[in-house]
Design a protein around this ligand. Structure first.
Ligand code: SF4
Length: 88
């Protein structure tokens, strides 16, 4: 005679499929979260919201960090002058 608990338990193959679906869903969720984080980081970099502050009163010529600065005025300065693009 079977116990009532076993009658409510789905057969093993269905349980295995459910577990796989759960793992796939978890993997999809993790991938979506990772993509969201990467997108947020890239968006912040391109929007100038990287938390970087100007250290030379926006006078990019001669600024010691002009080569790696991501602020808009530094990007414009490098584009116009070419300074800081190649380490100089
Ligand atoms: S490179 Fe220009 S914007 Fe960047 S910190 Fe120096 S002065 Fe400020």
């Amino acid at each position: 005679m079977r116990s009532p608990r076993r009658e409510n338990t789905p057969p093993a193959p269905e349980r295995r499929i459910d577990r796989r679906e759960l793992l796939r869903s978890a993997a999809r969720g993790a991938a979506a979260a990772a993509l969201a984080v990467v997108g947020l980081v890239l968006a912040r970099r391109h929007s100038g919201l990287s938390g970087q502050d100007c250290v030379n009163q926006s006078i990019c010529r001669g600024c010691p960090v002009v080569g790696g600065c991501g602020l808009p005025q530094a990007l414009s300065f490098r584009r116009v002058t070419g300074e800081g693009d190649h380490g100089g």
